[in-house]
Design a binder for this molecule. Structure first.
Ligand SMILES: Nc1ncnc2c1ncn2[C@@H]1O[C@H](COP(=O)(O)OP(=O)(O)OP(=O)(O)O)[C@@H](O)[C@H]1O
Length: 253
């Protein structure tokens, strides 16, 4: 087991996921790219965290390594108390399945399954029961009640995106990772989706970490992290779209 220098102590605040000295490189020698260059971050439980930064700054890499979809080259990351570099691939898969919901731009819906079957799939796979009252509440708020028997191909892009969000929420994961969740939606549907994610955090105590390019989307978060060249260069609490936009302009976005 290698030892790693931990510069910032992990705090006593409840933390859903964290990283210390997170480094990710791709390629070797002259072709080496440092996608993450020593990241220290805590994703606090019950908070909505947005991750912003110029193209290529490492946002998706940070999300993927925090979520255990990809491994760090150096440093450590935790989901809850479990340090991912110590876990086998099988164990990481299990942690992801039990604790994490994903909302990515490619919705990853199974084409042959109905909307309802797609939404309950993570629970079905892990052998957990669907809580009917919670299912009904999520479906009601997302306006999917009359679409549950449809196949993904029979749904609009916005409806497919809402199915992907419902799938993440119905399992009540400890943590949801979202990559540009409103990216493919018109501004009204995108706004509704973000308002729902906000409500899931405020009213239901959900924890969400979301990558976005959009200052308005980021303004729904409690906290915005700004990345540049694989480092966290700034953060903002209680953001407004205007303040986020100003900060991005300073970063030469
Ligand atoms: N699989 C890979 N192989 C090689 N380089 C990669 C790979 N994935 C990412 N990179 C590089 O790592 C850096 C960070 O990429 P990443 O996708 O995390 O940035 P991003 O901030 O999410 O960008 P964008 O906003 O354009 O999606 C970039 O320079 C990218 O080219």
């Amino acid at each position: 087991m290698t030892t790693t220098l931990i510069e910032t102590p992990r705090t006593s605040v409840a933390v859903a996921a964290s990283m210390r000295g997170g480094t990710k490189t791709y390629g070797h020698g002259d072709a080496e790219v440092r996608a993450l260059d020593g990241i220290d971050v805590d994703v606090a439980t019950g908070e909505f965290t947005a991750i912003m930064g110029p193209s290529g700054s490492g946002k998706s890499t940070l999300l993927h390594t925090l979520a255990g979809l990809d491994r760090l080259t150096a440093g450590q990351s935790w989901i809850g108390d479990q340090e991912l570099s110590r876990l086998s691939e099988d164990k990481i898969t299990q942690v992801r399945r039990d604790k994490i919901g994903f909302v990515f731009q490619a919705f990853n819906l199974i084409p042959s399954l109905s909307a309802r079957e797609n939404i309950t799939l993570p629970l079905d796979i892990s052998g957990r029961r669907v809580e009917q009252a919670w299912f009904d509440e999520v479906i009601g708020i997302l306006g999917l009640g009359d679409r549950l028997t449809h196949l993904p191909a029979e749904l609009s892009g916005g409806q497919q995106q809402r199915v992907a969000v419902a799938r993440a929420l119905v399992a009540r994961p400890e943590l949801i990772f979202a990559d540009e969740p409103s990216g493919n939606l018109d501004s009204r549907s995108g706004g509704e989706l973000l308002a729902f994610m906000r409500r899931a955090v405020t009213d239901f105590g959900q924890t969400i970490a979301m990558v976005t390019h959009d200052p308005t989307a980021a303004s729904f978060a409690d906290r915005v992290l700004f990345l540049a060249d694989g480092r966290i260069v700034d953060e903002m609490r209680d953001p407004t779209a205007e303040l986020v936009l100003d900060r991005m302009k300073q970063m030469g976005h």
